[in-house]
Write a protein that binds this ligand. Sequence first.
Ligand code: 13P
Length: 250
Amino acid sequence: MARRPILAANWKMQKTTGEAEAFAKDFVPRVAGAEADVALAPPATALHVLGRALAGSAVALAAQNVHPEPKGAFTGEISPDMLVDVGCRYAIVGHSERRTLFGETDEFVAAKAAALFERDILPIVCVGESLAQREAGETLSFVGGQIAASLARIPEARAAEVIVAYEPIWAIGTGKTATPAMAQEVHAAIRERLGQLFGAAGEAIRIQYGGSVKPDNVAELMAQPDIDGALVGGASLDPESFAAIVRFNG
Ligand code: 13P
């Protein structure tokens, strides 16, 4: 099945409002006419200005995180409605940095994904194994478990719209990319699991690869049958570099 590629930038804790605006100005013309969905996830402080800078363009705004509750006493958190307010189309949930540094569980990630769908924001749900899990031969069972638990609460009728990001933790920010064959093996296992969970919608769900994606390795990753996009950290901070990734197919 032909799935439309989706390339997303995760800037993590980087870029001021001025830097985000300057990026947009440089980047948007570079990717005009690209045959892919493209999104930028700045830090929360830059969502508003970046949303304005991207308005009317084909580049979408994404958040790096969200809280599942609609409002209330959750100091420091941001609700789905607040992301609607600034124009987000997508939100990343369950990034490994949130899971490992901030103790987020599959259950919390599942609540976030469900809350996003209620406000019509599409979740980019991240999964991925540690080096120790890979070396112990637990990758497929662990990632399969994360998929089932993290997607447990999404509305079945909208399952095809969720985006999954497979990001092996050992490949994030390390320069160590999974080989295309290694990534494909896990993506195929994820797709099989999605089929068990959601039937035919599993074939439509886009699965991004993340972990040291660069302009010079994106094409071979995207050539794999079950790799439908990329979630990019370091190489997304420069507009020329991320534009080259978006234009992976020339
Ligand atoms: P890098 O591309 O810097 O390895 O980061 C990947 C990532 O975590 C994207 O969410």
